[in-house]
Design a protein around this ligand. Structure first.
Ligand code: KIV
Length: 276
């Protein structure tokens, strides 16, 4: 049987396949002080993680966008912790040099006990850090996760796990109460000890203000150019999901169309070939 050299046998469990030091949460935080922009992407499986790591992406997120872009759910509220663990394990097998963050999924951090137990499960599956959506309302959970030595990645602005209550994906920070709430939540995450914060669908002027105000990096998605970094859902960047389009992403590849063409050409070649 063919042996595929997927993982070099001499690579130890804690060593990266990429050369260089493993990137830590502290290293991501320090990029802001040096004025270095942070390009982050999502991954859900082994090969994509290797490709992103080989391309030098310093921060890889196993996002609960998994639910929509891989598992076919209508939104992220259907994603379970077991599904997240399964994909975190696959991603971690690539042993990326990048910091590997994973989302705590819907309803997995409603209490401090759940937040800690489930963050520990994601770390046991291979995550280096966890992300959860919200600010002041989840402060006890964030503190408890950090007290257990698990680096915490914040997420403010449009919170996809609240899409059903909110009735859609709406830009945040356009009015004064939302603007003030974002500033207060961002300050709370910094004081708690988050190493970075995703700002999703935040009015660009407010995202810029939050970015200038905070000592830790902001990583924007649909939040304008003035964040310390940007994150995208990788299949959106690659044009793998042609069934919808998003205002904040211009696909840089038409992977879906290229895949269809290659598959059709191969199918026709098989159908035309003769048995020898
Ligand atoms: O789930 C996800 O992929 C995310 C990113 C969009 C930041 O949270």
């Amino acid at each position: 049987m063919t042996q595929f050299p997927l993982v070099e046998p001499d690579i130890g469990r804690n060593r990266s396949l990429m050369t260089g030091q493993k990137i830590t949460a502290e290293a991501i935080r320090a990029m802001k002080g040096r004025g270095e922009r942070i390009a982050a992407l999502t991954a859900y499986d082994f090969p994509m993680t290797r490709l992103l790591d080989e391309a030098g992406i310093p921060l890889i997120l196993v996002g609960d966008s998994l639910g929509m872009v891989v598992l076919g759910y209508p939104d992220t509220t259907h994603v379970t912790l077991a599904e997240m663990e399964h994909h975190v394990r696959a991603v971690a097998r690539a042993k990326p040099r990048a910091l590997l963050a994973a989302d705590l999924p819907y309803h997995s951090y409603q209490t401090v006990q759940d937040a800690v137990a489930n963050a520990i499960r994601l770390v046991a599956a291979g995550a280096d850090a966890v992300k959860a959506e919200g600010g002041r309302e989840i402060l006890p959970q964030i503190r408890a996760i950090l007290d257990h030595g698990i680096p915490f990645f914040g997420h403010l602005g449009m919170l996809p796990q609240h899409v059903l209550e909110e009735g859609g994906y709406h830009v945040k920070g356009k009015n004064e109460p939302e603007h003030q709430a974002l500033l207060a939540d961002a300050d709370t995450l910094v004081e708690a000890g988050a190493f970075a914060i995703v700002l999703e669908l935040v009015a660009p002027r407010v995202a810029g203000e939050v970015t200038r105000r905070l000592p830790i990096p902001t990583i924007g998605i649909g939040a304008g150019p003035d964040c310390d970094g940007q994150i995208l859902v990788t299949p959106d960047l690659l044009g793998l999901l042609p069934w919808y389009s998003l205002k904040h992403v211009k696909p840089r590849l038409n992977a879906a169309e290229q895949m269809r063409t290659v598959v059709q050409q191969w199918k026709e070649a098989v159908e035309k070939s003769h048995a020898s």
